[in-house]
Design a protein around this ligand. Structure first.
Ligand code: SAH
Length: 255
């Protein structure tokens, strides 16, 4: 892990947007996690537990994060033909040229968000809904944005089938964030962009964390930004990674 480097202070516009949105009340019902896990709950229990054990052996330390991996049925969030591979630590195709990230990557990014339980998290790139389902077990509320209509619809259906009630999926360009729902305690970007989208940094709450892959196409660095009290930002590089493209106004240009 590289030493922190300062990114400087947030601009005025980011702060005022964040302050305005902070007045929006959060209802107690948004704080409920999911109750049931739905169909397939008993299937693949042993492989799922072994996956959590492998993640622990690979260095994931948070008990809450490991428990989420032992609970969320990844096999129900991928194409049926691939179910046998659901609990291997590999990324898998989910259609439209997109992939569900490998559990090890999802775990590393989730742990890097340092979640405690009462947060509102913004996710860019819903994809299969797996990362959102993991987050739903760990925080109060997840707002996830997906740009591909079919994936957004199918993730919504899968999450409903799992009984996940604290995740909202929006269709759109996530590189602009969701000013109406900001500020966010944590932001996770699950597609690789050329640089950190500024609107996302501006929508990060004080003491918030943003984690995502940024750099060249097909080869990025996993980066964590912290918004310190007082508006200062720090940046850490957590390691090399490889993600599908983040496409949009503050990402790569869509073809
Ligand atoms: N978190 C997902 C990973 C999906 S791969 C999971 O757990 O399965 C990355 C996703 O980001 C793809 O579905 C892709 O369509 C989406 N994406 C790319 N650019 C985006 C943007 N600007 N806004 C929202 N989603 C985007």
């Amino acid at each position: 892990m590289e030493a922190d480097s300062k990114l400087g202070k947030l601009g005025k516009s980011g702060k005022s947007a964040a302050t305005e949105a902070a007045a929006t009340p959060r209802t107690s019902q948004q704080v409920a996690g999911w109750q049931a896990i739905g169909p397939g709950r008993r299937e693949f229990q042993a492989p799922r537990r072994r996956l959590a054990e492998r993640l622990a052996a690979s260095g994931i330390r948070s008990r809450r994060v490991l428990d989420a991996f032992a609970t969320v049925p990844r096999h129900l969030l991928i194409p049926e033909a691939l179910r046998g591979d659901a609990y291997r630590d590999i990324s898998l195709p989910i259609g439209d040229g997109q992939t569900i990230s490998a559990p090890g990557t999802v775990a590393q990014m989730t742990e890097a968000l340092e979640l405690e339980g009462d947060e509102t998290v913004l996710e860019i790139g819903t994809g299969s809904g797996y990362q959102a389902a993991i987050l739903s077990k760990l925080v109060a509320r997840v707002i996830s944005i997906e740009r591909v209509p079919r994936l957004a619809a199918s993730a919504r259906t899968s999450l409903d089938n799992l009984g996940v009630s604290n995740v909202v999926v929006h269709l759109g360009d996530g590189t602009a964030g969701r000013p109406v729902d900001a500020p966010f305690d944590a932001i996770i970007v699950t597609a690789g962009g050329p640089e950190i989208p500024m609107p996302l940094v501006e929508q990060l709450a004080e003491r918030g964390r943003l984690v995502g892959p940024f750099g060249a196409r097909g080869q990025q660095e996993l980066v964590r930004i912290r918004h310190l009290t007082g508006g200062e930002l720090t940046r850490e590089v957590l390691g090399p990674c490889r993600f599908v493209d983040l496409l949009g106004t503050h990402g790569w240009a869509a073809a």
